[in-house]
Design a protein around this ligand. Structure first.
Ligand code: NCD
Ligand code: ZN
Length: 351
């Protein structure tokens, strides 16, 4: 197969940042994806419906026109950042806003801009119960932050300590286990007893293509550092099997997380891989290597809308088997940004 046309995909986990950084990156997502779930971990975080409205408008302004009639070419699907102080009334407002599609739970200290996140999940049970009642999805960064737990085990421990008890208590809560990175997570999502539309997981391109060796090959390579961190090869294989299985619980979420080059090439490098420009080509490479290009459309374009109860897109996008070299660096405000695997050549390109 030398070309592949699929329904236009959506990105179910994306960091767009704000200001000049957003202006620099939003076009790359809008070029390939019709919609994206936009993460709320700005400084300060997007904790209210009013903030989400304003942020959404800034994104639309940055994308510019380009749609037909009143329909924008790129639709940001907004999220709220859950804190221990989020009022239940804000959940109700989120549900009726029409623009908020999920509430993001960051364990405090787990990742970039997560300080305002949740210290103990028990403390947000009232908010989660409201979300269960309202049918508002919970998007969860699934890692414990207990310093006693090995960094590479944080996701597996999260399943036991947090996710299982939570889902047992609130089986109707719709949960997306974001950017899963382990066999344990893939197994959990596949095997969990969950009624339709109550459990999903996003998988990034880097976790399908690379294992943790990539971080250390030829020296310490910060552009391969993201959270949850890349894992062993056995985990990568389990993720590929999940993504290419056709199981509708798994869907595309790039977790493209831009940080300026100077903050990545730093003594304490920021976590996050920038993949917006080439995410689809990366996914195609991963599915192709697994002999499963025929499963890409479901993962990229059907399973996400089904979970989020949104229509499947109308347009299509075509991928070609044509070598394409990822730019080594791109402009990013006053500085630059290094895309994941910058300078390397991918076997697929997007028309
Ligand atoms: C994300 C970021 O930079 O905002 N970083 C990352 O490594 N994935 C935060 C996140 O999704 O954990
Ligand atoms: Zn993320």
């Amino acid at each position: 197969m030398d070309s592949l046309t699929i329904i236009q995909p959506d990105d179910w986990h994306l960091h767009l940042r704000d200001g000049v950084a957003m202006t620099a990156v939003v076009g790359a997502s809008a070029r390939h994806f019709r919609r994206a779930i936009v993460m709320p971990n700005l400084k300060p975080p997007i904790t209210t419906v009013a903030m989400a409205h304003a942020y959404r408008q800034r994104i639309l302004d940055a994308v510019g026109a380009g749609g037909s009639g009143n329909e924008p070419s790129f639709e940001p699907l907004m999220t709220l950042y859950l804190t221990e102080a989020t009022p239940v009334a804000e959940m109700e407002a989120a549900k009726s806003s029409g623009i908020i599609h999920g509430i993001k739970l960051y364990p405090a200290g787990a990742t970039t801009n997560s300080d305002a996140g949740v210290g103990s999940v028990e403390r947000v049970y009232p908010m989660l119960a409201a979300m269960e009642r309202l049918g508002l999805p919970l998007l969860v960064h699934g890692e414990v932050v207990d310093p006693q737990v090995d960094l590479f085990d944080r996701e597996a421990v999260f399943i036991e300590r947090v996710l299982q008890p939570l889902r047992r208590r609130m089986p109707g809560l719709r949960v997306v286990f974001e950017h899963i990175t382990t066999r344990e997570a893939a197994d959990y999502v596949r095997e969990a007893d969950a009624s339709d539309g109550t459990l999903g997981a996003t998988i990034t391109p880097q976790h399908l293509l690379y294992n943790r060796n990539a971080i250390f090959t030829g020296g310490l390579r910060p552009h391969w550092y993201c959270l949850p961190v890349l894992k062993r090869e056995t985990h990568r294989q389990a993720l590929v099997a999940a993504a290419t299985s056709g199981n509708s619980r798994f869907f595309l979420g790039t977790d493209s997380a831009p940080h300026a080059r100077i903050l990545k090439e730093h003594a304490s490098a920021c976590a996050g891989c920038y993949t917006a420009p080439h995410a689809l080509a990366l996914y195609a490479a991963a599915f192709d290597a697994a002999g499963a290009l025929d499963k890409l459309q479901a993962f990229a374009s059907r399973n996400g809308p089904a979970f989020y109860r949104l229509p499947v897109n109308h347009g299509t996008i075509t991928l070609r088997r044509q070598p394409w070299t990822i730019p080594a660096a791109l402009p990013f405000g006053e500085g630059e940004i290094v895309p994941l695997a910058g300078g390397e050549t991918l076997p697929w390109t997007v028309d």
